[in-house]
Design a protein around this ligand. Structure first.
Ligand SMILES: Cc1cc2nc3c(=O)[nH]c(=O)nc-3n(C[C@H](O)[C@H](O)[C@H](O)COP(=O)(O)OP(=O)(O)OC[C@H]3O[C@@H](n4cnc5c(N)ncnc54)[C@H](O)[C@@H]3O)c2cc1C
Ligand code: FES
Length: 385
């Protein structure tokens, strides 16, 4: 073809390639691209309409909600992933992530297992108000807390606290129901026997399958209890695990469990690359967190100016994301524990406190972006969403 000025235009080569592909496929390349995009949308939908098909009581404070798709299709997931539920409760539009506790080969439903949090907005709503047949809006499965055969050892050590058992339940169910070649030693910390979610099922599985070892650890055992008591310590783990060299460690639960157990695992000599963690949200009391500025009083609040919205007051001990939602400012969110970066906002002026370890990208830090779910106002702020 004779060389013309159009060959200098941006995208010229892309169009030439599309024409070639179109001729080869006998249709337009754009159509092929569109159908690929549609396929990707099905695999990773932004929102799914879910119906509550069953509610199963697990413990006095915990229920499993069985969720089926209203569109007859549930995207696949990896055992350990979560979905976020998007709700409007008392005029507040918010979301919360819940790990899927059913196993991935069970394609007809997602189970989520919800534990009541004292004064918690969403957990109490899900446990007390939601009934069979109700519709809930969820995200597609998300998160990277799953077994990766390229990275992880087949011998897994799983450390769970409270509702942090749910992703491990999905993994263990998949291993035993699909006969996967993996071994799990599960340390599960709980206050009392009655608080243990899935306790009877875990006992049954551990009795039947040689590759699943279950070590419940009770903080407040009843008189005469013969199992492990107290916390999940280095010495307890050392006594149970013959060797740590050939194992990968997974930790899941409230931030307090992580703050206690991570140093214990590190003291065993486990390198960081062999430890994977999932944190169940923001710290229960940020004022107790290392580095919290001592001059910020318990009832401190600051003014937040949000471009395009009315000024609002935000408590210092509450994540900025929560203050925004309470004032009708909706910020996209998914993990609500600092990991996914969906809730990024740009700070134009003022300071926030961010707990150590929140993975904010280097470029975001440079240009003043923070994760609103893990940022606490400690001065008046001006922000853009
Ligand atoms: C990836 C991920 C997966 C999760 N999976 C599950 C799950 O399978 N089952 C489940 O029950 N929860 C799970 N959670 C926690 C869940 O998302 C909510 O945080 C929890 O239900 C509390 O929400 P709430 O609206 O009731 O409480 P909020 O109104 O948000 O909080 C009320 C108070 O309780 C504190 N608080 C919040 N969450 C906890 C907690 N988990 N433990 C102790 N104190 C807390 C807050 O700091 C606050 O002071 C998961 C969290 C994450 C990040
Ligand atoms: S919602 Fe994921 S980082 Fe804030």
């Amino acid at each position: 073809m004779k060389k013309g000025i159009w060959q200098e235009f941006d995208g010229y080569q892309d169009v030439v390639e599309q024409i070639k592909v179109s001729r080869k496929l006998g249709g337009t390349a754009a159509a092929a691209v569109a159908s690929a995009e549609e396929y990707i949308r099905q695999l990773h939908p932004e929102r799914i309409q879910l119906a509550v098909s069953e509610i199963i009581e697990q413990t006095p404070s915990t229920k499993t909600l069985r969720l089926v798709s209203k569109n007859n299709y549930l995207p696949p997931f990896m055992a350990g992933q979560y979905i976020a539920l998007f709700l409007e409760i008392g005029g507040i539009r918010t979301s919360r992530p819940y790990s899927i506790s059913s196993q991935p080969n069970q394609t007809g439903f997602y189970d989520i297992t919800v534990r009541r949090v004292e004064n918690g907005l969403v957990s109490n709503y899900l446990l007390d108000k939601v009934k069979r047949g109700d519709t809930l809006i969820g995200s597609g499965p998300a998160g990277n807390f799953y077994f990766n055969p390229l990275i992880h050892k087949k011998k897994m050590v799983c450390i769970a606290g409270g509702s942090g058992i749910t992703p491990f339940m999905s993994m263990i169910r998949e291993i035993v129901e699909c006969g996967l070649d993996r071994t799990v030693t599960l340390f599960y910390g709980s206050k009392t026997v009655d608080d243990m979610i899935f306790g009877p099922e875990l006992n049954r599985i551990a009795e039947r399958f040689d590759n699943i070892h279950y070590v419940p650890v009770l903080e407040e055992p009843a008189d005469g209890y013969e199992g492990a008591c107290g916390f999940i310590t280095r010495d307890l783990m050392k006594g149970v695990l013959a060797d740590i060299e050939d194992k990968s460690f997974f930790i899941c639960g409230p931030r307090g469990l992580y703050d206690f157990c991570l140093p214990q695992v590190q003291e065993l000599g486990v390198p960081e690359r062999k430890i994977k963690q999932e944190m169940y949200g923001a710290p229960a009391d940020i004022r107790q967190y290392p580095g919290w500025p001592a001059d910020i009083g318990p009832r401190a609040a600051f003014t937040v100016k949000v471009k395009g919205h009315k000024d609002l007051q935000a408590r210092a001990d509450e994540p900025l994301l929560v203050a925004l939602e309470k004032n009708g400012v909706v910020v996209p969110s998914l993990c609500r524990s600092g990991e996914c970066s969906m809730c990024r906002v740009k700070i134009l002026s003022g300071k926030v406190f961010q707990p150590a370890g929140v993975p904010v990208r280097k470029s975001d830090r440079k240009f003043g972006y923070v994760h609103a779910c893990m940022s606490y106002p400690i001065e008046d702020l001006e922000i853009i969403i």
